[in-house]
Design a protein around this ligand. Structure first.
Ligand code: EPZ
Length: 433
């Protein structure tokens, strides 16, 4: 088991390159097995959730050829099993995309119920409703396996009751091979929805309207091979933007699509930070302590829920009182107790956090409760006086590639060490003191 040790207090300065979007990669890997020819995927983030999904598709017979850390070739032709109950698959959310892709390609799928970060009850009724509308019978079997099967998938008109990223992608996957046309209304509009649709189209699918709230999918009989490069990760980019702001740093964040970061940039500018946009980069400069604001998480293009813990951490260090409202997941404030140990003044009432900014945090021994909350605690550690030790970093590694390496390249005092390796901790402390 590993942990991060961080010596806070240094402004982050320099340049950083963002990797491919994890949440797009999961939909794209699931989609790739729908072709019986080789699909080359580039700009793949080398993070645990992605690697678990690649192991899972290999486990059912797909050829997975890791060309390098960020490139993979996938061929779904040799798939023999439509039953996915690989040990680790239950721990990730993206596993449910195999339901949509296997159902679309083979008319049957059985996949262990998805896990993922414990940030709310995370029902899958909209996925089920979508598959059923396409003509599938969907059941939750013993042992937490979801099964879906049909003789033939037929296009239909589907109105989602809630805007769901996962249900939108899953219905796109299944309906892309159904007979006739499917219309998904009240669809999610996140950048990774567009990326998955573009990828499926590159294999021969006919999907129009991705990125708006009405998506039209004309089913096709087969997919062909393709070469595709995944979009940059909006949340990784946003995390570095807020880290630059929190440490009063100056960071150029490269390989981003600035439009995807609009909600984050707007909040930073509002509280007094400088954000400069280039074609495929943003520069964030904070010269002084930032101000207060109100943030409410919303589906894209609103402020992303996956950036809520990070912005709350920044606001906990800003001047005045801020309010952060979480409107997507009901259990996304678990990091508040950890921040309180570092001196933050945050009160959570229902889905609202009232934050009274403090001058600084003090280093502490804390635990990452989930992926984005873990990233927020790293931000806190980078600012805090003294040393911060964060354990349960396996959550963070689900979605951030080489986080410590990237922060160190910006001047941070940070290292990944074995838990309880006292000698290594002493050595780190000597080195950075
Ligand atoms: C995706 O989760 C992401 N995960 C999440 O990222 C992200 O926070 C979330 O979208 C919102 O942007 C992946 O892409 C693997 P939803 P997902 O379906 O698909 C409710 C991260 O840190 N809902 O858009 O599970 C649901 O409870 C992770 O990278 C239903 O009621 O999210 C929530 O309130 C964490 N019924 C809302 O909709 C359903 O059938 C949005 O969830 C489905 C969802």
């Amino acid at each position: 088991m590993k942990q991060y040790i961080i010596k806070g207090g240094k402004p982050l300065v320099g340049e950083i390159t963002v990797g491919g979007a994890k949440n797009a990669a999961l939909g794209i890997i699931a989609g790739a097995i729908m072709a019986d020819e080789t699909v080359l995927i580039e700009n793949l983030p080398n993070v645990n959730d992605v690697n678990v999904l690649l192991d899972a598709i290999e486990g059912i017979g797909a050829i997975v050829d890791r060309v390098d850390a960020h490139t993979v070739k996938i061929n779904g032709a040799p798939i023999t099993s439509k039953y996915v109950d690989y040990e680790y698959i239950k721990k990730i959310r993206g596993s449910y995309y195999l339901l949509g892709s296997l159902l679309g390609k083979y008319n049957e799928a059985q996949v262990a119920l998805p896990g993922g970060c414990n940030i709310g009850s995370r029902p899958i009724d909209q996925h089920k409703k979508g598959f059923e509308a396409l003509g599938a019978t969907v059941k939750i079997e013993q042992g937490g396996i979801i099964s879906a099967h049909t003789n033939e998938l037929k296009g239909n008109h589907i109105y989602l009751d809630v805007v769901s990223v996962g249900a939108t992608i899953n219905i796109m996957l299944a309906s892309s091979r159904a007979k006739g046309t499917t219309i998904i209304e009240n669809a999610a509009k996140e950048p990774h929805i567009v990326d998955v649709a573009n990828f499926l189209n590159s294999m021969g699918a006919n999907i129009k309207g991705a990125g708006t709230d009405v998506i039209r999918v004309k089913g096709v009989e087969r997919f062909h091979g393709s070469e595709y490069s995944i979009i940059p990760d909006q949340i990784e980019a946003g995390t570095f933007m807020l880290a630059a702001a929190a440490t009063k740093g100056d960071v150029l964040i490269k390989n981003v699509i600035p439009k995807h970061l609009d909600a984050i940039s707007a909040k930073l500018i509002e509280i007094g930070c400088e954000v400069e946009e280039f074609d495929d980069a943003v520069r964030v400069v904070a010269k002084r302590r930032l101000g207060n604001t109100q943030v409410k998480t919303l589906p894209y293009p609103g402020f992303p829920t996956d950036m809520q813990p990070q912005i709350a951490t920044l606001l906990a260090l800003s001047e005045g009182t801020s309010v952060v409202t979480e409107s997507i997941f009901e259990n996304r404030f678990k990091y508040v107790a950890e921040l309180a140990r570092m001196g933050a003044d945050i009160k959570v009432e229902g889905n609202m956090a009232v934050i009274n900014g403090v001058e600084n945090f003090m280093g502490a021994a804390i635990s990452a409760p989930d992926l984005r909350a873990g990233a927020a605690l790293v931000l806190a550690g980078l600012v805090a006086e003294g040393f911060t030790i964060i354990d349960q970093i396996e959550y963070i590694e689900r979605g951030y590639e080489d986080l410590e390496g990237k922060f160190v390249s910006l001047g941070a005092g940070m290292e990944k060490l074995d838990v309880n390796d006292e000698r290594a901790i002493k050595k780190f402390k000597l080195r950075v003191s």
